[in-house]
Unconditional design. Sequence first.
Length: 484
Amino acid sequence: MATRSPLPRRPLRTRALLAGAAALAAGLGVLIVAPDANAATTLGAAAAQSGRYFGTAIAASRLGDSTYSSIAAREFNMITAENEMKPDATEPQRGQFNFNAGDQIYNWATQRGLKVRGHTLAWHAQQPSWWGGLSGSGLRQAMIDHINGVMAHYKGKLAAWDVVNEAFNEDGSRRQSNLQATGNDWIEAAFRAARAADPSVKLCYNDYNIENWSYGKTQGVYRMIQDFKSRGVPIDCVGLQTHFTGGSSLPSNFQTTLSSFAALGVDVALTEVDVTNSSTSQYAGLTQACLNVPRCIGITVWGVRDSDSWRSNESPLLFDGGGNKKAAYTSVLNALNAAGPGPGPSSPTPSEPSPSTPGGTAKRIVGAQSGRCIDVPNASQTNGTRVQLYDCNGQTNQAWTLTASKQLTVYGSRCLDAAGSGNGAAVQIYSCNGQANQQWNVNSNGTITGVQSGRCLDVWGTGNGQQVQIYDCNGQANQRFSLN
Ligand code: G3I
């Protein structure tokens, strides 16, 4: 089950006031609807109840602004680099990659337990200037080399990549760009290269003005995805940017669009949401449309505060320039909370302790997504050493024993230990002390849940050295392990 974030208990005085109000209301025959004490209080936690995420775009240059970064870390659990992972930023000169700004965002996010979407690998805009001197097969090769170089750097680390961005005209034909001029197969070439470069990351096509099902551009993109799926071109998701601003607004058939794309066998996500003057009805409506479609996996707004937006004069985001929550924020949060735990993209099956445990003998803990083992780096026995994924090697620093008291011990005296109970808390080794943060349920659905936190062992990525954390259970393969 997805966990809801715990609410602080109301202070005594507030409880007394509420009780008094309820007594008064009862006397007057008035029905008071108490706020749901279990309602999540942040966008990310509210979305996680149904296995979805709620994200934002982040600009590296703003991370030093504490109002900005504290809102971002508190409210969101998926991060997109607004400009820092685009081709002009990552390969300013041919073959010379620069990941400084992209990594700044990646590190900031993952240190806080937030996941990251990659944006974007191939686009007609924000190209490095040296692409301007190329055409035909030379440009095609440069695009492939770029995909390989950037994806190698982030291999196993990201939730998704927007492989190709904005390749269609409004009428559903292909946009005439230098990339299109390399041949109509440039998009599938990009996706095939991307799959080969990182088989574990979700590959998305991303575009704007594809929200209205009866619009030419929507139909053009739909036909391409349909064609890709029918021919086995690798594609996992469609990103609908959802810029309802500057003339466009929420179409009544938005849910139809989402479910139609999903029916092709891809995930859908709202990737760059902003709405003119933050219309509460449009924000609630677009959120509800996503919640109604099981394969709509999450929503990302394109910036934190209005003042951070690429269209700041239209005040299109969920926080005002002072960092205050706007009415649109509440409309989104309420919609997410009202949806509760389902139907989600991955409504996790209820986890039950496995009848086959405890075994008492040392076993490997192997990740279902990575095939790698939970490993204590360098066979360290130091308290506080964070565990990671690593190639299984049969050594003692990968040998875990599930005890009758639900501990997972290594080297006899050290326990797998959660360094906190919130999303993103580190999982480390520590001297066994019998406390609940060292107790784990090994469940029949493959998850391993912390007794104290209720959260799942989670690893975002598949590579050697990828650190293990606890996170809201979401039913995905990066939270499933086998003890063998
Ligand atoms: O960083 C430089 C700064 O040093 C310089 O002084 C200044 C002068 O203009 O430019 C700054 O760079 C700007 C950059 O944003 C960072 O603020 C660029 O000019 C500006 O073009 C760039 O705009 C970005 C835009 O994409 C470019 O196409 C926006 O921030 C970004 O929000 C926007 O994002 C796109 C998505 O990637 C794709 N979908 C549409 C969306 C909105 O346009």
